[in-house]
Design a protein around this ligand. Structure first.
Ligand SMILES: Cc1ncc(C[n+]2csc(CCOP(=O)(O)OP(=O)(O)O)c2C)c(N)n1
Length: 286
């Protein structure tokens, strides 16, 4: 049975009421922000994938995206800045039956949390990471992030960012992630399908969601509002499934390559660990 609420003609209800903590609504996100769209895609994917909601656990760090854990009506943890993956690793190792989903921003995951990210990918720890990349530290007022494109203005780069940005799918791929995709907040159905697919994939999966930040990124760089950013995604996104992740750099207002880039099999950390233990036991009983 669908977990999404069916709206009867005389009833005013949010169709995702069953998956959201309605007592926390209205949320803190600004008009034009894409985080809510990513949450909607996630909720739809949970519904489509038929996962047992009692077995789903959402973990977030700190930031605008970090607030997701507080809005979903699931077991969830709002953890410290940069440490979502560390908490998620503990949860998945402690209870391998859970489907652990990390929902966090690019700063949280790739800046302060970058080390956890690469090592969880290397170990192939069982979790799905959804990274909302708005190219900036939004919650703290628009500082430069490790994803801010070259020459982009931010409150801490008033003359334009001089540091080359990370390419998140490339880091995920080269560190060992088994599933890597990127979509924008405009690609709601494709994003939903990717999340659905990744929810059923064992191992470390990463989905990047390029999202407008109308309040900081767009305002500081004079790019208009959230709708203008959606129009930009519409006109400038190119779907290239299987594209080499080396080619996925994003510059300031350059075309954005989206799609599913990696889908491979590797033993998960839990599987390798169990096998290792049983091999040691066999060795000892010889
Ligand atoms: C240890 C620590 N350092 C710094 C901060 C301040 N801080 C809060 S959120 C954040 C960055 C958020 O950026 P991002 O993860 O990209 O999320 P967004 O708000 O853009 O969704 C920072 C630096 C903090 N809360 N804790």
């Amino acid at each position: 049975m669908s977990t999404l609420k069916t709206i009867k003609s005389n009833e005013v209800a949010h169709p995702m009421e069953n998956l959201l903590r309605m007592d926390r609504i209205p949320h803190i996100w600004c008009p034009g922000c894409g985080i809510g769209t990513a949450v909607t895609a996630f909720a739809s994917a949970l519904d489509k994938s038929k996962v047992d909601l009692d077995k789903v656990c959402v973990v977030s760090g700190i930031g605008c995206t970090g607030r997701v854990a507080g809005y979903v009506k699931l077991d969830s943890f709002h953890t410290t800045h940069g440490r979502a993956i560390a908490f998620a690793t503990g949860i998945t190792l402690g209870n391998p039956d859970l489907k652990v989903v990390v929902f966090s921003g690019d700063g949280d995951l790739i800046s302060i949390g970058g080390n956890h990210f690469i090592h969880a990918a290397r170990r192939n720890v069982n979790m799905l990471v959804i990274c909302v990349n708005n190219f900036i530290y939004a919650m703290t007022g628009g500082q430069v992030a490790p994803t801010t494109p070259l020459a982009t203005y931010a409150t801490t780069s008033p003359f334009g960012c001089v540091e080359p940005p990370f390419n998140i799918p490339y880091i995920a791929d080269s560190s060992g992630a088994v599933y890597v995709a990127r979509w924008t907040a405009l690609h709601v159905r494709r994003l939903t399908n990717s999340i659905t697919e990744a929810l059923n994939k064992p191992g470390f999966s990463v989905i990047e969601v390029i999202s407008p930040c109308a309040m900081y990124y767009s305002r500081i760089n004079k790019l208009g509002d959230g709708l203008d950013m959606m129009k930009f995604y519409h006109d400038n996104s190119k779907i290239k499934h299987g594209e080499d992740t080396k080619n996925l750099d994003i510059g300031f207002q350059t075309p954005i390559t989206v799609g599913k880039f990696v889908d491979r099999e590797r033993p998960t950390y839990t599987e390798s660990y169990k096998k290792w233990l049983s091999d040691i036991k066999k060795e000892k009983t010889k």
